[in-house]
Design a protein around this ligand. Structure first.
Ligand code: ARG
Length: 460
């Protein structure tokens, strides 16, 4: 069965290089099981409406299942001559069961077939990606719980800003991933629509039952417009956009892990199992996993751009351009799973160097805002308080002391509203504990946020 597809139309054979150039089987064979799944549903429906006899239908389904096993066991003979996954499977089916195999493609085109396969494929991948994402979210919750009281500096402009808890910082990562997870779930709603029945572009003259096929394939419903069904790939772009956001988040997360594990910060320890050494410098322990994840974020965003550019000028309906959608899409799914998996394995094993974090929070006048707020409580306007504390900080900078290390008399020279009780607000513990409204960094508030998040996540 090595004849040219629709060969009767052509006066000459396909150019040998063009045959290879236009083939997609090398990569789209990845959707073989989804292709078989779709074909089985299609054949079942054709049987019900009387286009196939029961025995033809059964022969097709048995044959397809057999082919599924051959592929799984690596015994399937893929051929570039058959162009893509769809033609390879159909040709093998006909070799296997004869004339009934030639009837499978009744009322269908590769255009609606491939759109269906991609949707089935993405549905499977999203399930796996969400499972890894959820595992990472759980890891963050567990770590945040252990570190709810751990004080560290919070940064803006990468300069020490105010004290926070490490648990609070970890929960910030959790929130981002939570939205990412929701985005995937939402994207799935638009993926889970069935194009089969659109045929090449206009639908088919056979009395097909699209609701039946949709139900067999567990799609929410058949698509509403045949032209749109075979030509748009916005669902795939949406998936890559959601994937790019995940990778953007993981990249920021990575950047912090890289910084924090450096000797200059020394806030955390990344377990040896997730680091590698240097071929020349014997002392090195490099944070390869976060660095690589940070790097891979660029590649996923690149795939998003590829797909947007691929689609932007295509006239309706299907064009061969669309064959270019698969490699970026597959690589996006693979990269997401691998990066999330590495993070979900690594995060439970991160350890906080609490003393170093605490010491760093004591530097950089992290409680300056607390002193201003203290003055406001004593009756000053915030802008005046801001000015007064600025002067106190300057004395601290000049004499190389934190605000809490200035004496009461020294502080009082800036404002006579300052009393002995000022030292309560100048401590790191007092500063974080005071931020106890919803969304604040106080240890008890963080613990509440964790238990709320845990309940929501287990209901996912
Ligand atoms: N391999 C093709 C793709 O990936 C399948 C659809 C081809 N349809 C066509 N009329 N050439 O898009």
């Amino acid at each position: 069965n090595s004849e040219k597809l629709s060969s009767a139309r052509f006066a000459e054979a396909t150019d040998a290089f063009v045959e290879i150039f236009t083939a997609s089987v090398d990569f789209d064979k990845r959707m073989a099981q989804q292709d078989i799944q779709g074909s089985i549903a299609h054949a079942t429906m054709l049987g019900k409406i009387g286009i196939l006899t029961e025995s033809e239908r059964d022969a097709i389904i048995d044959g397809l299942q057999q082919i599924g096993i051959e592929i799984e066991q690596g015994q399937f003979n893929w051929s570039v001559k058959q162009e893509d996954v769809h033609m390879n499977i159909e040709a093998r089916l006909t070799d296997m069961i004869g004339i009934a195999g030639k009837k499978l493609h009744t009322g269908r085109s590769r255009n609606d077939q491939v759109a269906t396969d991609i949707r089935l494929y993405l549905r499977d991948e999203i399930k796996r990606i969400r499972a890894e994402l959820t595992r990472l979210q759980n890891a963050l919750l567990n770590l945040a719980e252990c570190e709810a009281d751990t004080i560290m500096p919070g940064f803006t402009h990468l300069q020490v800003a105010q004290p926070i808890t490490f648990g609070h910082h970890l929960m910030a990562w959790f929130e981002m991933l939570k939205r990412d997870n929701e985005r995937l779930a939402d994207c799935l709603k638009r993926i889970n629509i069935m194009p089969l029945g659109a045929a090449a572009l206009a639908g088919t003259s056979y009395p097909i039952d699209r609701h039946m096929t949709a139900q067999l394939l567990q799609f929410a419903e058949p698509s509403a417009n045949s032209l749109d069904s075979v030509s748009d790939r916005d669902f795939a772009i949406e998936f890559c956009a959601a994937g790019s956001l995940i990778m953007m988040h993981l990249s920021r997360f990575s950047e912090e892990l890289v910084l924090w594990s450096s000797a200059q910060f020394d806030f955390i320890d990344i377990p040896d199992a997730f680091c590698t050494g240097s071929s020349i410098m014997p002392q090195k322990k490099n944070p390869d996993v976060p660095e690589l994840v940070r790097g891979k974020s660029g590649r996923v965003t690149g795939h998003l751009m590829s797909l947007l550019m691929l689609m932007k000028s295509q006239p309706l309906a299907y064009n061969k351009d669309n064959q270019e959608d698969k490699e970026p899409l597959f690589d996006t799914a693979d990269t997401l799973i691998n990066c999330l998996r590495a993070f979900a394995d690594m995060v439970p094993r991160l350890s906080a160097k609490k003393d170093n974090m605490y010491r760093a929070a004591k530097q950089g006048f992290a409680t300056a805002t607390d002193l201003a707020d203290y003055l406001v409580r004593k009756g000053l306007a915030f802008r005046d308080a801001h000015e007064i504390v600025g002067r106190a900080v300057r004395l601290g900078v000049e004499t190389e002391r934190d605000l809490s290390e200035l004496t009461l008399t020294e502080l009082q020279q800036f404002s006579d509203c300052i009393d002995e009780d000022v030292f309560n607000v100048l401590t790191l513990e007092g500063s974080v504990a005071a931020r106890k409204h919803i969304g604040g960094t106080a240890p008890d508030t963080v613990r509440e946020a964790i238990s709320k998040a845990r309940a929501e996540l287990s209901g996912n």
